[in-house]
Design a protein around this ligand. Structure first.
Ligand SMILES: Cc1cc2nc3c(=O)[nH]c(=O)nc-3n(C[C@H](O)[C@H](O)[C@H](O)COP(=O)(O)OP(=O)(O)OC[C@H]3O[C@@H](n4cnc5c(N)ncnc54)[C@H](O)[C@@H]3O)c2cc1C
Length: 295
């Protein structure tokens, strides 16, 4: 395994923002991952697990430990008549897997058409869109906890809107050594008509393209407050198109912040603060971040 020193992280994120990792390594299977964790432990370094980098804002100061990028991406299918189970490793691309299965006539993940990121990142944040989410599609998963592989039921993830027990543990400050790392997931599938499936995914893709602002982003920055849309609240606060440095609150969708080119993490963080302050002052609603801030 190749441990890179001071590896810039911007190119591993969809925002194209992020300073260097003190050390950086890619894990192509569970053995690599276990080795990387032991390597960090010996050096007393904190670890951050990165998937597709489509839901993180990495500060320009970077990460002072080891960043492990999960690359294991095998897919195995078990079929039983018109039902199937897809076992997918955590580094596989969510949308790519959904498309691959749909092309074979298997439905269950087609809502994830066009969803950026990996299986691991999707479980961590209970990703969802277009009528589906991880919480309903997941059967079980395998996680690494303190060097031991455990099989978890979907219930054990205690999924909520864009959250899971893993995300809550991080927010509660649980030490990285005690944070479970997702190795693989099993999803329930059923047979469907190939043409109907392809049509549904094409519709989703078309809708997604129509809604997504152009440019480097992390998707929605804030969660939607109950009964509200974060984007509409930010828009009502008059912030669409507001720029700080090289970052902009998208004119097309106010819950997106776009890196116009060379934006710093501070540019984005200042826009985040501004949106929070204005929405709070206007409505009394506190916007909660959907993305993870790293470093
Ligand atoms: C244009 C755009 C559109 C988007 N649209 C949507 C949408 O419609 N719906 C939606 O829900 N999200 C959306 N997102 C957000 C993003 O795609 C999802 O949150 C995605 O699931 C993140 O996966 P990732 O692999 O990129 O995670 P990362 O950004 O790499 O990581 C996110 C978090 O997951 C953790 N993590 C990653 N892998 C593992 C693992 N194996 N084990 C433990 N923890 C892990 C990381 O430590 C980090 O805390 C969008 C993003 C973009 C850029």
């Amino acid at each position: 395994m190749q441990y890179l020193e001071n590896e810039p992280l911007a190119s591993y994120t969809s925002w194209r923002i992020g300073g260097p990792a003190r050390y950086f390594v890619q894990a192509t299977d569970a053995t690599d991952l276990v080795q990387a964790l032991a390597w960090a432990d010996q050096r007393n370094l904190p670890v951050f697990v990165l998937g597709g980098g489509s839901n993180v804002l990495i500060r320009d100061t970077g990460f002072p430990g080891l960043v492990v990028r999960i690359r294991a991406h095998n897919l195995r299918l078990e079929t039983h008549g018109d039902e199937a189970r897809a076992m997918v490793e955590a580094g596989a691309p969510m949308a790519g897997i959904a498309r691959r299965l749909a092309r074979q006539g298997w439905a269950g993940l087609e809502w994830a058409e066009g969803l950026p990121g990996t299986i691991g990142g999707a479980l961590y944040g209970n990703a969802g869109c277009y009528g589906g989410d991880i919480a309903t599609a997941l059967e079980r998963a395998w996680v690494l906890v303190n060097g031991e592989t455990q099989e978890w039921s979907a219930e054990r993830f205690a999924f909520g809107y864009r959250t899971s027990v893993l995300k809550r543990m991080r927010a509660d400050g649980v030490a990285w050594r005690d944070q479970p790392i997702i190795l693989a997931a099993a999803f329930r599938l059923h047979r469907d008509d190939l043409t109907a499936l392809a049509r549904r995914m094409e519709r989703t893709s078309h809708e997604r393209r129509g809604k997504t602002p152009w440019g480097a982003s992390c998707g929605s920055v804030f969660k939607n407050p109950p009964g509200e849309s974060a984007g509409r609240l930010i828009e009502a606060a008059g912030l669409k198109g507001t720029r700080i440095g090289n970052a902009e609150i998208a004119a097309r969708h106010a819950n997106y912040i776009i890196n116009l080119g060379g934006a710093s993490s501070d540019d984005v963080l200042r826009l985040i603060d501004l949106a929070r302050e204005r929405v709070l002052a206007m409505t009394g609603i506190e916007l909660e971040l959907e993305i993870q801030i790293v470093g």
